[in-house]
Write a protein that binds this ligand. Sequence first.
Ligand code: PGA
Length: 259
Amino acid sequence: MSKKLIVANWKMHFSPSQATKHLQRLATRIKPNKKVEVVLCPPFIDIQPMWQRIKNNQFSIGAQDLFYIDEGKYTGEVSGPMLSGMAKYVIIGHSERRIHFNETDEIIARKLAAAVRNEIIPVLCVGENLIERQEGETNRVLADKLFADLIMLTGPEIEKIVICYEPNWSISSGDGHGDIAKPDQIATAIAFLRRSIAELYGKQVGTNIQVLYGGSVNADFSKTYLKIKGLDGFLVGGASLNYEEFSRIVADCQVASKQ
Ligand code: PGA
């Protein structure tokens, strides 16, 4: 069984002092475990102070984005070489960036290439919106995004990246608003993603690539979701801001990885 991955996406929350306090609280609650890697993705400004405080590889650091060019006149951007050494992972193509910052598949493809070039593992998010799902377009949308986003990478490079199925109709719905993806919907989408990757890059890549689920994962659903075939972990947004709840999700994952 491959290692499970839990990626906490803190989005635009926590100043450096709040982030390091949150880290301390997580550090006292989460036991290191070889089979479950916990990746914390804070805002850029928190990365260095957190990286300095993480002991014994208890957590990995991830960035929430990166620019596709390594250096130059690009006001406000942060590049792969600036992150490498601190960030082991980087989230790319999150639906919030696709929607609010107009990130196209072409930009995402270039960001994936920049991450790989700088030896940072990309967590590529792909998913459909509610209308696309209702119109039966989910598989087409997933296949189109995968094809366009991965175009600059080779099969061996793709085998080492992480894919996250992230249906945007199920994001931030855990508070009772909106829909929550059902285990069978997630299982079907994950199987489709693996099949599509196998068709494009070979069976081995389709089997070995790590596939996560992101969308309203909280401590109430994590146990159920962990039973989904082919699922290697979670991308957790809102629930990762609550240290008690996030620690419970990690603990569930550690228990499941022993079974
Ligand atoms: P959420 O976010 O857990 O708050 O729904 C998930 C995501 O960012 O993909």
